[in-house]
Each structure stands twice: as structure tokens, then as C-alpha cells.
Design a binder for this molecule. Structure first.
Ligand code: ATP
Length: 358
């Protein structure tokens, strides 16, 4: 178990610029005073009382810390230290300076399937390691797949944000409806018992070989319905550049029953990732990613993220203006679907997060 140090984090680290922010706090670059090394510090506000809606309950932060402590793998962000004060917990994490994988890819003019496979392999290795320790991430999405150093000829993947991750105890039945709608498994939407298999569905979104998801429909609601019914098609207009091995890989993940879905370990042995014959290897080098669609998807994803942030900021601003009467509801109590679904599951016997109906 990781130790939560009671000392003041600023005695040991100089606090620098904001690197990013999430629903529960900010991540800042920090410089270790003793060595001059840069790290990332994740500041998480802790709930003052059980009834308060602002901040996180300490138990959920403890779980994130314990999980990070248990996963030491080159594909997963490392945890160095934890500081705790009355109001917040600060996680000192390995600094991941290469930005998001999707932004890195979107800047490219073209990308071969074999190059995309290299990234997918690293994601699967990280996931496979976690799953072997009975840990599921449960919030795999493009924002949480970063690169250690984009200037390197072979950038390394780093999975971040273990706020929704769960360590399964033997025989445990765990349900949660938390997650981000575009990237969740059918069993999450249906509030069924979950397993590490739920992490394999978001990979389909990561696998935007065509620039589109095979489930993609005109609205998010229709896309979710397609996920639930596992209704998909490889439209030739978009998937013509995708190899048959890649489509086979996708189909093995497009399985409604979690126990029949390909696992991370099995995925690493699929011929698309690990070709057996020369012909299979050559095919991967001839196929490419539809960059026009990929760039379009990435721009839309970014727009959606900023829309959610603006929405939350506007609500906070208007609440601050009006909140002189304590009967006003907490501004974050009514949130867009993305945020509602993103609530961390609580450890006590409370109701789970809001589920979306199919
Ligand atoms: P969310 O609300 O999405 O769950 P969160 O509050 O759990 O977010 P993170 O997702 O862990 O926070 O971090 C928020 C952002 O901070 C990330 O999207 C990323 O841009 C940045 N970030 C997080 N960890 C690191 C790191 N180790 N190195 C560099 N930047 C980081």
C-alpha cells in the first residue's frame, strides 16, 4: 500500500504550469527541488463531508493510488509519491510529455497499418499486464492514451488516468455505469457485471483504421444503440484501405458476450499484431489508415471535449453569480451525459452512477 505523506508538497516540489485538467482537479508540471527532475502532479480535491458533492471521497483516491502502485509497467504512467493535506491529495506521477497519441497521428499526412499496429501492440501490452493482475482500466479513451516522447523515432505509449480503474477480488461481482459514452462496452450500458473484457471494446474506437468506427451513426444515441445490438458494417467507402486481417481483428472484439470477446493476451497473438506468414506481414505494410476521416474524427472529438468544459465553466460562473441563496443546487449536480457517466463509483453501499437506457 502506498504511503500518503502528510508533509507539504511544495517543500519538496516547485509547482509549475498546468498540463491538463480533469473533472476532479488539475495536473501541473512540478520540479523536484532535490534533483531538479520534472514530474507531473495530479491535485485531487477531497470531499469535506459525506454529503458534499464537490470533490472525491478519499476511498476512491486511495483506490486509484493502490492501483497505480500495483501496476509498474513501461506502458503505464508511473507513480512516485503521494502527499495528503486536509483538502487535497497530490499524486506525483511520471511526466508524460509527448501529448495524446491521437493528436500525434492526426498531424501525419499518412500512416501505414503496420505503424498503427506498433501503437496498438503497446496498448495491448499495458492492458494485458493490468488484466493479468485483475485490474481493469474502465476509462480507456483517446485522451487517456499518451506518448512518452513524440520526438523519439519510436515513441512509447503511456496509459494514464486510473480514476475509474478497479482491482477485482476473486469471485467479485462488480457493476458500474461510469465511463464515457463513446467508448463504453455494451455490458456497462446494460449495468451488467463487469470484467476486464470491458476494456477491449474501447479499443475499437482506438482502432480507427478507416477513420470511422464500424458502429458510427448519425447521432451518438444511434451509435450507442449500434454498440448495444452489435450492429456494424465495414462500409467499403471507408474501409477499402483496411486489410482483411485488421477487419478480422476488429470482428473478434465486436463480440457482445464479454467471455467470448478476444482478451488482450489473445489479441497480442492475432496475426494482425503478430503475423505468422510473410504474406500476412506484407499485407499490413500495403494497407493504410484513412487519414482524411481520422483527422475529421479527431477534430470533432476535440470540439466535443471543449464544449463539455465550456458547459461546466458556464454553469459554475452563473451559479457563483446567483449563489447567495443556499437552496440553489450544486452547479455540477446536473451535468451533461459525459460528466454524469464519468462519476467515480462509490465504495460504500450507495447507488451506482446514472445509466443510459438503450
Ligand atoms: P478525467 O476527468 O478525464 O478522469 P482526471 O481528473 O482523472 O480526468 P487525468 O485524466 O488523469 O485527470 O488528467 C487530466 C489531464 O492532465 C490529462 O488529460 C492530461 O492532459 C494531463 N495529464 C495527466 N497525467 C499526466 C502526466 N503524467 N503527464 C503529463 N500530463 C498528464
Amino acid at each position: 500500500m502506498a504511503v500518503f505523506k502528510p508533509e507539504n508538497v511544495e517543500d519538496f516540489y516547485e509547482i509549475g504550469e498546468v498540463l491538463g485538467s480533469g473533472h476532479f482537479g488539475q495536473v501541473r508540471r512540478v520540479c523536484e527541488r532535490s534533483s531538479g527532475t520534472s514530474w507531473a502532479a495530479k491535485f485531487l480535491k477531497i470531499r469535506k463531508s459525506a454529503c458534499s458533492r464537490m470533490g472525491l471521497d478519499r476511498g476512491s483516491v486511495q483506490r486509484e493510488v493502490d492501483i497505480l502502485h500495483a501496476i509498474q509497467h513501461p506502458g503505464v504512467v508511473g507513480l512516485k509519491d503521494v502527499f495528503e493535506s486536509r483538502a487535497e491529495v497530490v499524486l506525483i506521477l511520471e511526466l508524460v510529455s509527448g501529448g495524446e497519441l491521437f493528436d500525434f497521428i492526426a498531424e501525419k499526412e499518412n500512416l501505414l497499418e503496420s505503424e498503427a499496429i506498433e501503437f496498438m501492440k503497446q496498448i495491448l501490452e499495458g492492458l494485458g499486464f493490468m488484466h493479468s493482475k485483475s485490474i481493469a482500466h474502465f476509462d480507456l479513451k483517446p485522451e487517456n492514451i499518451m506518448l512518452s516522447d513524440r520526438a523519439s523515432p519510436h515513441p512509447r505509449i503511456k496509459l494514464i488516468d486510473f480514476g475509474l480503474a478497479h482491482l477485482f477480488s476473486p469471485g467479485e461481482e462488480f457493476r458500474s455505469t461510469s465511463g464515457t459514452p463513446q467508448y463504453i462496452a455494451p455490458e456497462v450500458i446494460n449495468a451488467e457485471p463487469l470484467s476486464t473484457a470491458a476494456d477491449m471494446c474501447p479499443l475499437l474506437s482506438v482502432l480507427r483504421l478507416s477513420g470511422l468506427s464500424p458502429f458510427q451513426d448519425h447521432t451518438d444515441e444511434d451509435t450507442l444503440k449500434n454498440i448495444l445490438s452489435m450492429k456494424y458494417e465495414f462500409d467499403e467507402r471507408y474501409f477499402s484501405m483496411t486489410s482483411s486481417l485488421a477487419k478480422d481483428f476488429i470482428q473478434k472484439l465486436l463480440v457482445k458476450s464479454p467471455s467470448e470477446r478476444m482478451t488482450a493476451e489473445e489479441s497480442l497473438l492475432h496475426p494482425w499484431i503478430k503475423p505468422i506468414t510473410r504474406k500476412q506481414a506484407a499485407k499490413r505494410n500495403r494497407s493504410s489508415i484513412n487519414m482524411k476521416n481520422f483527422k475529421k474524427f479527431n477534430a470533432r472529438r476535440k470540439w466535443k471535449m471543449s464544449f463539455n468544459m465550456v458547459w461546466v465553466c458556464n454553469r459554475l460562473a452563473s451559479w457563483n453569480l446567483r449563489n447567495k441563496t443556499s437552496s440553489e443546487p450544486d452547479p455540477l449536480e446536473v451535468r451533461p451525459l459525459h460528466s454524469v457517466l464519468h462519476q467515480r463509483p462509490v465504495s460504500c453501499a450507495c447507488s451506482p452512477g446514472t445509466a443510459i437506457s438503450p
